[in-house]
Design a protein around this ligand. Structure first.
Ligand code: SAH
Length: 210
């Protein structure tokens, strides 16, 4: 089914996206720019779409929901694991100071970087590597978003989160129930809240691909 952007915006509002800055960023950033020509006509539908390397670009509602829960502002530095198409990265870049994004497929990393250049975005830094290790040189971060599912909270990433910082991550095994989980760091401890059931591609440890 082909939808218009306006229909998509209505659907997001009807499903609990209330942050006007998040809504504005979804409205502004063309999702069609991040997918192959053959599926561009479906880019305003609230569905996940395939990208190269067997990965997927999340449903717009999930992108908006995850972003809304991070409570971003223009002073914050964000670490994103799983650049993929770069769509979520660009949404984050509109609402924060800097975005540091890690992708394990060199092909996807290069392609996303090219898109950021074409869009004249200068506050995104890309790295090819295992995101589970985080980005030690740039840590600590105010916010961390992981766009692939992990069986448990990656402690190395939690270590790279600032005190009072927020992390959002789908927790669960591949092909099993996963919960989008919101984590708030409090000193050496943290609080954890399950937000909703989701289905994400797995966060693969130690596998770096060209
Ligand atoms: N946010 C992306 C969705 C990407 S899907 C978008 O908007 O398009 C998840 C991505 O995580 C995939 O590109 C996958 O290759 C990447 N990924 C999986 N495990 C990873 C790891 N350990 N380190 C870095 N990236 C990883």
């Amino acid at each position: 089914m082909k939808n218009s952007k306006e229909e998509l915006m209505q659907e997001l509002k009807a499903n609990g996206i209330v942050d006007t800055k998040v809504l504005d960023s979804i409205k502004l950033v063309p999702r069609s720019f991040f997918v192959e020509n053959s599926i561009k006509s479906r880019s305003n539908s609230n569905i996940a779409l395939p990208i190269e390397c067997g990965q997927t670009i999340s449903q717009p509602l999930i992108v908006a929901f995850m972003t809304q829960n991070l409570l971003l502002n223009k002073r914050l530095r964000v670490l994103e694991i799983g650049t993929g198409s770069g769509y979520q990265t660009v949404i984050l870049s509109k609402l924060s100071r800097f975005v540091y994004t890690i992708e394990r497929y060199l092909f996807l990393k290069k392609k996303a970087e090219e898109k950021f250049r074409k869009l004249n975005i200068t506050n995104i830094f890309c790295k090819h590597g295992d995101g589970g290790l985080g980005w030690y040189d740039q840590a600590p971060f105010d916010r961390i978003m992981i766009t692939a599912a992990a069986p448990e909270i990656p402690m190395l990433l939690l270590d790279q989160l600032k005190d009072e910082g927020v992390m959002i991550i789908p927790i669960g095994e591949e092909n099993d129930v996963q919960y989008l989980t919101l984590i708030k760091k409090k000193g050496k401890s943290f609080s954890k809240k399950n937000l909703m059931k989701v289905r994400f591609v797995p966060l693969l440890e130690g596998k770096i691909n060209k």
